[in-house]
Design a protein around this ligand. Structure first.
Ligand SMILES: [Zn+2]
Length: 483
């Protein structure tokens, strides 16, 4: 069809263009002029685009002809690149590009980020080096969206399944040269303030060992400053709504979803955090599904799908929450992709996630039960939810014999021997699962592929289309009135 561009058609096509370009900096779509009262930023650590695809098939009801759509399919709006600042990436002295750098080539970008650089990008809108928490390459601290929210009178919080001082939540609150300085980062949570106020009113996750230490007891300091402290999930329902809260439910991270009593622990924490934070001026909440990344690092498809299931339930809840509270914006993205997972491997044109749908414990947990003789070979089948072959049973026996020999040769302590045996069993179980499901992996680290972006609620159209990860922070700042 041929159109003549009359003025009215021009106006229509212009407004369409404006809408489709509303992610760029100099266009303001009409919807986004109304600022959301509440913002919930959800980071799914390590969740490259393959994880929500895999989850769709894992989650599929086999009794219906078509594959059911997931909450991720429903909320998808765009994608984001995740590359870190140009000095980042692994540079060895023998590396040709290190030589290129020395000879004056300025740009040396290996494109693959870690969680600290990408969380700093999402939180503060800056590119930085891998490992940096809230600071740039010159070690200068930058304002984060959580800090800005606090400075304009909103309540703020974090709800995560890792230790609360892990790279992603830390980047919204702390400033440190190295993500591994957990104690110093925990100190920051108490010591660094916005206009004399603590940065987060609600902190839920793991990490007791960084808050209750020999050299400093931050738990006591927070309690003395008026915080409620809890360490059991059962106490979540007993919280006083008018008091800030520190809730630490594990020494380091929470158990994997597959092993936790509450398989939807992220959803539970998110619901509690929101209840605590709700107020007239609105809130900013950071939610992190921290352990999808760990499933990816371990090349453990069952672990990763267990975490995706919890995230899916969390997003279903948040989608409903936005229906009840249309003045709320929820944005979900990943900081990077982990593991190079592939759906289908070795030219088989098949992926069979039904093998892991009946799993009763995480593969690592099954391995440790096996290593401590708490289960028999037959019970492995029960916990895995599918039968293992005689050859595979034999494999486990061989592993045990080899490890017993190694333990005596290397004079391992019983604890060391048990750990080593668990590790070998874990590897074998993952291998069995990958073979059954046809799952493939390319790395134990991160990859540089773009990640999906999801949004629902007030201002969601800001996130349509392609964007770089630092623009996500820019858009959140803008939606909270900071130009
Ligand atoms: Zn990672």
């Amino acid at each position: 069809m041929n159109f003549k561009l009359t003025p009215s058609l021009l106006a229509i096509s212009f407004s369409v263009l404006t809408l489709s370009a509303c992610g760029s900096k100099d266009t303001v779509s009409p919807q986004s002029q109304v600022k959301p009262k509440n913002i919930i930023m959800v980071v799914a650590d390590g969740m490259g685009p393959v994880y929500p695809s895999a989850f769709r098939y894992y989650h599929d009801n086999p009794n219906t002809p078509l594959v059911e759509r997931t909450i991720f399919d429903k909320l998808l709006v765009g994608s984001a690149s995740t590359y870190p600042a140009s000095e980042s990436g692994y540079i060895s002295t023998s590396d040709a590009s290190a030589a290129a750098l020395a000879s004056g080539v300025k740009k040396n970008n290996f494109f693959v980020t870690d969680s600290a650089a990408s969380a700093t990008a999402l939180a503060a809108g800056i590119k930085t080096y891998n490992g940096a928490i809230g600071i740039d390459q010159q070690k200068k601290a930058h304002l984060t969206v959580l800090e800005w929210a606090k400075s304009i009178g909103k309540t703020t919080g974090i709800a995560v399944t890792s230790q609360i001082v892990h790279a992603t939540p830390a980047s919204y609150i702390a400033k440190n040269e190295k993500r591994g300085n957990y104690n110093a980062i925990a100190d920051n949570y108490y010591d660094l303030k916005v206009d004399g106020k603590f940065k987060a009113d609600v902190m839920l996750g793991g990490g007791t060992k960084y808050f209750i230490r020999d050299d400093r007891n931050l738990k006591d300091e927070f309690v003395a400053a008026g915080y409620q402290y809890i360490d059991q999930f059962s106490q979540l329902s007993t919280l006083d709504k008018n008091q800030p809260v520190l809730g630490l439910f594990a020494d380091v991270a929470l158990p994997a979803a597959l092993d936790d009593e509450d398989k939807y622990r992220l959803k539970t924490l998110t619901q509690t955090a929101i209840k605590q934070l709700e107020n007239d001026k609105g809130f900013f909440l950071l939610v992190e599904a921290s352990q999808i990344d760990w499933g990816g690092h371990s090349n453990d498809i069952a672990y990763a799908m267990g975490e995706m299931d919890d995230l899916s339930a969390t997003m279903e809840f948040l989608d409903d929450y936005v229906k009840q509270h249309p003045d709320t914006l929820v944005v979900l993205t990943a900081d990077h992709n982990t593991g190079g997972l592939s759906i289908g491997s070795k030219n088989t044109y098949q992926w069979k996630p039904h093998f892991i749908q009946l799993l009763k414990k995480s593969p690592e947990k099954i391995a440790s039960l096996l290593a401590t003789n708490k289960i028999t070979d037959q019970q492995i089948t029960e916990l895995l939810g599918f039968p293992i072959t005689d050859d595979e049973v034999l494999q486990f026996n061989v592993i045990k014999l080899e490890q017993t020999l190694a333990a005596s040769q290397q004079k391992q302590t019983p604890i060391e021997a048990e750990k080593a045996l668990t590790k070998q069993y874990y590897k074998a179980i993952k291998n069995i699962i990958d073979l059954r499901t046809h799952s493939g992996w390319t790395t134990g680290g991160h990859t540089g592929i773009d990640v999906p972006v999801y949004a629902v609620g007030q201002g969601k159209e800001e996130f349509y289309g392609y964007q770089d990860n630092i623009e996500i922070a820019d858009k959140l700042f803008k939606l909270m009135g900071r130009e």
